[in-house]
Each structure stands twice: as structure tokens, then as C-alpha cells.
Write a protein of this length. Structure first.
Length: 107
């Protein structure tokens, strides 16, 4: 099964040196257990734009979809045997990055 673990933050580029080391260790653990697919950080929400080209509308907002204090600041794509293991990894991810995370299965 594949899952996305999204990191929830209220700042941008807020990871401390210690948090980044913990994230690197978490990533290494995922890799050694063949659970790592991909991980990356995201730029601040102010850099986002929503584009709508349905029916040739050809518009963009110049802003993110949601105006909220918290936003996604990064994510992991993981592969595990089952949802219970994914949940355990999400708890570990939250501890490693010192942020809330959202776990969601992929189709």
C-alpha cells in the first residue's frame, strides 16, 4: 500500500538543524526498510497559484487555494504492507519533524 504523509506547518523553512538531522535519520530508516518512495519540502504558500483551464477558462488566482494559518510544508510518499504500519510511520514522521502530519492512502 502507498501513502502520503503531509507535514503541517505555520511557517516556511522553519526546520531547525536538530529537526533536519532527525528527518534525515527517519528518511534513512525508510530507505533501509524499502518504504521510501519520495520526500520533499514545499515553498511557502504565497508562491502557489490555482490554475483553472477547464473548458479553456485559462485563469489563475495568483494565490494558494486556501487562506489558512497552517499549510503543507513538505511530504513523504511511502510504501508499507498495511495501513497500521503506515500510521506508525506517520507518528514517527511527526516526531522527527516536530510538526503535525496528515496521513492519507493513495489510490
Amino acid at each position: 500500500m502507498r501513502f502520503i504523509i503531509s507535514v503541517i506547518d505555520d511557517q516556511s523553512n522553519s526546520g531547525t538543524k536538530e529537526e533536519m538531522a532527525a528527518i534525515d535519520a527517519f528518511n534513512d530508516g525508510l530507505r533501509s526498510n524499502n518504504q521510501f518512495i519520495f520526500a520533499w519540502g514545499l515553498h511557502a504558500p504565497e508562491t502557489a497559484t490555482v490554475i483553472d483551464n477547464r473548458n479553456g477558462l485559462n485563469t489563475e488566482t495568483g494565490k494558494p487555494l486556501f487562506d489558512a494559518k497552517e499549510h503543507y510544508s513538505g511530504f513523504w510518499l511511502i510504501e508499507t504492507a498495511d495501513a497500521e504500519r503506515a500510521k506508525k510511520l506517520a507518528y514517527e514522521a511527526s516526531k522527527a519533524c516536530n510538526r503535525k502530519v496528515e496521513l492519507r492512502p493513495l489510490h
